[in-house]
Ligand binder design. Structure first.
Ligand SMILES: Cc1cc2nc3c(=O)[nH]c(=O)nc-3n(C[C@H](O)[C@H](O)[C@H](O)COP(=O)(O)O)c2cc1C
Length: 142
């Protein structure tokens, strides 16, 4: 299986989560790379069996939460025919950010298999959990 993690990050938490996910996948024998939304690795996207899209929660902390940089996410390249998993980092309450992110990534043409919120003070645990769930999905052998 080949995985590509595409992340949007302002202060570094979501980038750290993306890098931790790549580290976990690699440790478990899955080829994976990460890139920011501003510099998508097209060759890696073409080769990917699984695309993992992550962003941070933007809102007024307990209301109005949404995926940060929604316009930039909606402008990502087509993921038609790809399977995807999404995640968002947050501080207090992610609200419906994950559901909204699922809709954005489905809008890019991907089949979204699931998603996870990751609290910003539990990045490594969150990354490990997400990778465990991804490997349980057995994406490479549908
Ligand atoms: C403008 C702004 C709005 C935010 N709104 C929320 C929010 O509504 N709920 C929440 O739980 N966290 C909120 N956060 C916290 C971020 O989602 C969290 O710190 C995240 O991990 C940041 O990711 P990054 O370091 O990759 O930019 C907000 C942060 C910023 C800068």
């Amino acid at each position: 299986m080949n995985a590509l993690v595409i992340y949007e990050s302002l202060t570094g938490n979501t980038r750290r989560a993306a890098e931790a996910i790549v580290g976990e996948l690699t440790d478990r024998g899955v080829a994976a790379v990460a890139c920011p939304t501003t510099g998508v690795d097209y060759a890696a996207l073409e080769a990917a069996d699984l695309v993992i899209v992550g962003t941070w929660t933007d809102g007024i902390f307990v209301v109005g939460q949404r995926p940060a940089r929604g316009a930039r996410l909606r402008a990502l390249p087509s993921m038609l025919g790809k399977r995807a998993v999404v995640f968002c980092t947050y501080a207090l309450d992610a609200g419906r950010t994950l559901e909204k992110l699922v809709a954005i990534v489905e809008g890019l043409g991907a089949e979204v298999l699931g998603g996870m919120t990751i609290r910003r003070d539990r990045i490594d645990d969150g990354a490990r959990d997400l990778v465990g769930r991804v490997l349980d999905l057995d994406v490479a052998h549908p």
